[in-house]
Write a protein that binds this ligand. Structure first.
Ligand SMILES: Nc1ncnc2c1ncn2[C@@H]1O[C@H](COP(=O)(O)OP(=O)(O)OP(=O)(O)O)[C@@H](O)[C@H]1O
Ligand SMILES: [Mg+2]
Length: 271
């Protein structure tokens, strides 16, 4: 007998989102098992970021439902979902460039901080101790993502790859059970990408769950336990990296997208 399947950490059922008639996510159902690294791949415009926005609560769905840790979260906003244990990064970086690296990480803690802003303002001893603990934890997270010693720098001075890692530290500051990473390896050099893969493996070993969108197929195939493939907002394949790589529907989707891009480029060149 095969072992019973763990209850999913995240489950989408018939999730749908349209933008003025364009159905970006189209009746999508899929599940993320706890303590796994799960990739979401697909050609440009497939609906990956839209799905992330639906999962993290930045966008309301036009239809369908979402469950997190067995609880229906379909109607909850982004802050409530963060407090329940979701953290995310963005495809287009959302750093506070004028703030220091450390301050950026601290902004990721607000979902979890128990002290009121007033107490912080009045500098009550409990709030001060909490702040010290938060700073120590933020510094430890910076060390984890390879940014030790950079805490005092303005975030805007970091390289693109460093800013991506800073975003991961900020997301981790909320102590999420589910970490959503939208193209975490984009703009990274091969050394940074390998370090990122090692970090994500460690996080999964520490019983975090990671759902990531990524175009770097070497990274996805070498790292992830499971891969869901989207095209035109629908799930066209799912399985282990080896299963998905061998799936003709996946090959067709990527080939189709590549041909379409070449035709567009040729048309623009001719114009
Ligand atoms: N706010 C919006 N308003 C209108 N259309 C949108 C909006 N957000 C996304 N779309 C459209 O929805 C579709 C899916 O976009 P999405 O950004 O989710 O794709 P993606 O898979 O993340 O692509 P990429 O790999 O290029 O990041 C695209 O056709 C896009 O133009
Ligand atoms: Mg995207």
């Amino acid at each position: 007998m095969s072992p019973p399947l763990a209850a999913p950490l995240l489950a989408a059922d018939g999730l749908t989102r349209s933008f003025q008639g364009l159905v970006a996510v189209d009746g999508l159902s899929f599940q993320v098992a706890p303590h796994t690294i799960h990739a979401l791949i697909g050609p440009n415009g497939a609906g990956k970021t839209t799905l992330f926005n639906l999962v993290s609560g930045l966008l309301p769905p036009s239809g369908g439902s979402l469950h997190f840790q067995g609880r229906d979260i379909t109607g909850l906003g982004a802050h409530r979902r963060a407090a329940l244990g979701m953290g995310r990064t963005f495809q287009n970086l959302r750093m506070f460039g004028g703030m220091t690296v450390l301050e950026n990480v601290l902004t990721g803690r607000h979902a979890r901080l128990p002290a009121t802003w007033l107490a912080t303002l009045l500098r009550l001893p409990a709030a001060r101790a909490e702040e010290r603990a938060a700073i120590a934890r933020a510094e430890a997270l910076l060390a984890r993502v390879g940014l030790a010693g950079q805490a005092g720098r303005p975030a805007g001075e970091l390289s693109y790859g460093e800013q991506r890692r800073l975003e991961i530290a900020r997301a981790l500051a909320g102590e999420p059970a589910l970490l959503l990473l939208d193209e975490p390896a984009a703009g990274m050099n091969p050394t940074e990408t390998a370090e990122l893969a090692a970090l994500l493996r460690q996080l999964a070993a520490e019983r975090r769950t990671i759902l990531l969108v990524e175009h770097d197929m070497g990274f996805v195939m070498g790292l992830c336990d499971r891969v869901t493939v989207l095209n035109f907002g629908r799930r066209i394949a799912e399985g282990t990296p080896a299963e998905v790589r061998a799936d003709p529907a996946v090959v067709d989707a990527y080939l189709g997208a590549r041909v379409a891009r070449r035709l567009m480029a040729a048309a623009e060149g001719a114009a």
